[in-house]
Design a protein around this ligand. Sequence first.
Ligand SMILES: Cc1ncc(COP(=O)(O)O)c(C=O)c1O
Length: 455
Amino acid sequence: MTTIHYSREPGELKTTRTCDKRSLNSIIRRMSREKFDPTSLREQFPALQRNVNGRPAVYLDGPGGTQAPQAVIDAMSEVMRVGYSNLGGAFASSGQSEAVELAARQAMKDFYNARRVEEIVVGQNMTSLTFAFSRALARTWQAGDEIIVTRLDHDGNISPWLLASKDRGVTVRWLDFRPEDCTLHLEQLPDLLNKRTRLLAITHASNAVGTIPDVQRAVRLAHEAGALVYVDAVHFAPHNMIDVQALDCDFLVSSSYKYFGPHTGILYGMYEHLQRLDAYKVRPAPDDPPGKWETGTQSFESLAGVRAAVDYLAAIGAKTTEAVTTNTSEGAKRRVRLETAFARIKSYEMGLSHRFLEGATTIRGLRVYGITALDCLHQRAPTFALSLEGYSPLEVAQRLGEQGIFVWDGHYYALAVIERLGLLEKGGLVRIGFVHYNTEEEVDGVVEALRELAS
Ligand SMILES: Cc1ncc(COP(=O)(O)O)c(C=O)c1O
């Protein structure tokens, strides 16, 4: 089996404030072509050393949640070990919590390329944040207004909007996808938009079939019609660089546990929206963002983990940037490192996808849903939903699980995707998801295990 290391689409540097963009871009391109060896990175993840039935565990459940490197574990336990107090106290440990919170906000500002730290809102998880924002936005809607959701989305970016629409007498329009390759019908978006459209809720990448829609184009079309755009970047975040300024979206949300951090959700909101909209909050809470959106006391240990997870990723791109970013701020340096890191990750993961598809598509009775064209791998995440003749998805997951290969089965809350494919009653699909700590050997291993099951 051949291994291809891709050099296309590694994320041109668009927004970094550094001295020499052209030389930086060429370094990033060169780095993305360099062989990416996950061995030393894997050593940083205690969970990856696990055995199941005498075999090394193979975590292919990244779309459901990734493992954490030691740096994240250390950062979280350090906060608890040193002593942590609530915010606003006139003593040392309270000040420490404030510092932890600010550091996480700064890290996420760099991760998203937000304009200011006040645009970063922390919450329990993506779903809870989306319920909070759907309620707040719905307060501005009138009966007869319209919103658009997509069938490609996780239910966390559908149900909150359906419920809010019901509360306000708002019409919901659905943007469909093509069942053949699970790509979104973006060309139909202009027909769904009109003067009454208040919001488009859209996924940055499907957690079921991996599709990466052209969200930038969707935002442009929605804005031309006067609608706001709320982007679910939960599945996009571990695989690709996020850039809220380039997207020009109004809101974007992700969950740190999908990219090597703890279970915490982080939302970007354009400052003017966060300021203008009314939040459901208790009276003593701040009137300004981000505090007005953050209910109750935050998990400071998780915030320390969020910062450490972003820095773990940035370190993957650290080597390159030292040469060109000597006089820039820490935030700008981190952003450059992240750009380089994601260029490398994207290129490596496209190689894993190529290898997986080359093997899996030769297995009799196995069907991969979503984009399978080998020259379109940049338009998908390395997340594969599949069926295997003669087995239910649960049976496949169980049989692989016995061999220490962890994969999901069912609908993984991407209910609309599985319904649209007509597979809900059949138990959904098997989902195999790779991240950068997965190896070529693991890809070959799961392909062989599927081949054995098929035969
Ligand atoms: C694409 C996508 N959106 C939203 C969610 C929900 O995220 P959370 O668990 O943070 O609410 C998930 C979780 O699997 C997801 O994959």
